[in-house]
Ligand binder design. Structure first.
Ligand SMILES: C[S@@+](CC[C@H](N)C(=O)[O-])C[C@H]1O[C@@H](n2cnc3c(N)ncnc32)[C@H](O)[C@@H]1O
Length: 290
């Protein structure tokens, strides 16, 4: 008998799914800590528990399997998950890039697929930078930059109270002492900083060398306030969704915001950091505010 490839879900399920069902099985799934999250096409709904249990048997470090119940939605960018196998807890401990993150995979936005982008940004950080992360979630960018760079200070703002609670826990978990974790709306919190800055002399103003704006689709709505707290030559990492061959549309949004703010800018790079739909990408446009 031919030896089964133990690591291949499709090979193991070959005898348990019909020849019509098997091609619908999606190979990829995300692992966050000890939780696997898999997409189950409608035609496989009847076999979803079997698929979940098989995945659990295949990967001994997993304690539970959930299926994607909805797409990311709402202002907190969360999604419903449906339990398939193993334990029912949605809280897990995830490790990447020398950091540990505790989170609830349903109540908090998190994507392990962005680990490389977090490291890409970390590699650009210079010693002594003051960094601002808007939409910081439970802290993946915050603590990656805190642990892997020589940044002086990192401010992080997040609206979702559950994500904020985890960010505070993760601050302790990572023994991060150069981070300031703020709960609130990014625009309102920045307006508070801007109005304090107006009262202070330039030396005492809170301004940043690097700002991350990881809220694709809506990031442009926050560029006006972000541009008011940049130091000279600051770099902004602007996230967006764009179709193949249309990445320049993100550059146009940046140029428009800078023109309105009466600031000059230079686009440094536009990189793909994930795929959102067929031929549509999550991109990051890095630009310098001159
Ligand atoms: C796409 S997620 C990114 C989270 C995190 N940076 C990461 O990479 O995992 C966007 C985050 O922005 C938060 N958010 C949405 N609107 C916000 C606002 N007005 N102010 C602050 N945070 C906001 C959401 O709750 C969510 O956690």
């Amino acid at each position: 008998m031919k030896k089964k490839n133990k690591n291949n879900l499709k090979a193991i399920l070959k005898e348990k799914l019909t020849s019509k069902e098997l091609p619908s099985l999606i190979r990829g799934f995300d692992i966050i800590g000890n939780i696997a999250i898999i997409e189950i096409p409608r035609e496989l709904t009847k076999k979803q528990r079997l698929i979940g249990n098989t995945l659990l048997q295949l990967h001994k470090n997993l304690s539970s399997v959930f299926k994607k119940g909805t797409a990311y939605s709402g202002k907190f960018r969360t999604r419903k998950l449906i339990w398939l196998a193993g334990q029912k807890s949605k809280e897990t401990l995830y490790k990447e890039n020398n950091i540990r993150l505790k989170l609830d995979v349903e109540k908090v936005y998190f994507s392990p697929r962005l680990a490389n982008d977090r490291l890409r940004v970390a590699k650009q950080v210079l010693r002594g930078e003051r960094i601002l992360i808007l939409f910081s979630g439970c802290g993946p960018y915050t603590f990656t930059l805190s642990k892997n760079t020589q940044a002086k200070e990192i401010y992080a703002i997040e609206l979702n109270p559950v994500a904020h609670k985890y960010a505070l826990e993760n601050q302790k978990l990572n023994k991060s002492n150069n981070t300031v974790i703020i709960h609130g709306d990014a625009k309102k919190e920045l307006e508070k900083i801007i109005s304090k800055n107006k009262k202070n002399n330039p030396k005492n103003q809170l301004k940043f060398d690097r700002i991350l704006v990881p809220l694709p689709k809506c990031a442009e709505d926050f560029l006006d306030v972000a541009l008011k707290v940049t130091r000279k030559d600051a770099i902004i990492h602007f996230y967006d969704f764009q179709k193949e061959n249309e990445f320049e549309l993100s550059a146009d949004k940046i140029k428009k915001a800078c023109k309105t703010a009466k600031k000059k800018c230079k686009i440094l790079a536009i990189v793909k950091c994930g795929q959102n739909a067929p031929r549509t990408y999550r991109i990051c446009a890095d630009f310098r505010v001159l």
